[in-house]
Design a protein around this ligand. Structure first.
Ligand SMILES: Cc1cc2nc3c(=O)[nH]c(=O)nc-3n(C[C@H](O)[C@H](O)[C@H](O)COP(=O)(O)O)c2cc1C
Length: 158
């Protein structure tokens, strides 16, 4: 289950797995699977649409459940741990294994609220006197790499 976009790509890279875009979640029959993966991305530190998965958790107690989420932040262990702590309770983490996948930032594909929020953020960055590492966010970049999927693949196939 993925939160929108990239349907074809996901299908190509996950042979043997049934993938459903988030918009089609109503027809997901999760009870027929023993492994369930929910994929999403970060917005201001929160994993989009995660509340939907959380509502399904009582029915998934006998299954292996993973969440992957993409973002612009580098794969820094401490930052990822903070993000996980913000998005999941301890009880949820006993049932769900989270995985961060370093993605990037694509201003070209942004629209609506995302575009507006990032324009405000970029203005803030531009006005900074001493730019830091974070200022890289002012331009598009792509760090997506199949190698970041290895821990998730290992978890699902072990
Ligand atoms: C408004 C906005 C807020 C974002 N907030 C974060 C964030 O808090 N942490 C992060 O690592 N990436 C953040 N990102 C980057 C996205 O999570 C990243 O580009 C992601 O791969 C986008 O995937 P999607 O287009 O499938 O949602 C943000 C992007 C936007 C547009």
């Amino acid at each position: 289950m993925t939160a929108a976009r990239g349907k074809a790509t996901i299908k190509e890279t996950t042979p043997g797995w049934d993938c459903l875009p988030f918009e089609e979640r109503a027809r997901a029959e999760l009870s027929q699977y023993d492994r369930v993966v929910f994929g999403s991305s970060l917005r201001a530190g929160s994993i989009r649409k995660l509340s939907w998965l959380k509502k399904q958790l009582p029915g998934l107690s006998s299954k292996r459940v993973a969440v992957f989420f993409t973002g612009a932040m580098g794969p820094d262990e401490k930052a990822i741990a903070q993000c996980v702590e913000k998005n999941f309770t301890r009880a949820e983490l006993s049932q769900v294994q989270p995985f961060y996948l370093w993605g990037g930032m694509n201003y070209g594909s942004m629209a609506g609220l995302d575009k507006w929020m990032m324009s405000v953020f970029r203005k803030m960055l531009a006005s900074k006197k001493n730019p830091t590492q974070e200022d890289k966010l002012a331009a598009s970049f792509d760090k997506a790499d199949r190698k970041y999927l290895a821990p998730l693949e290992e978890y699902l196939t072990r």
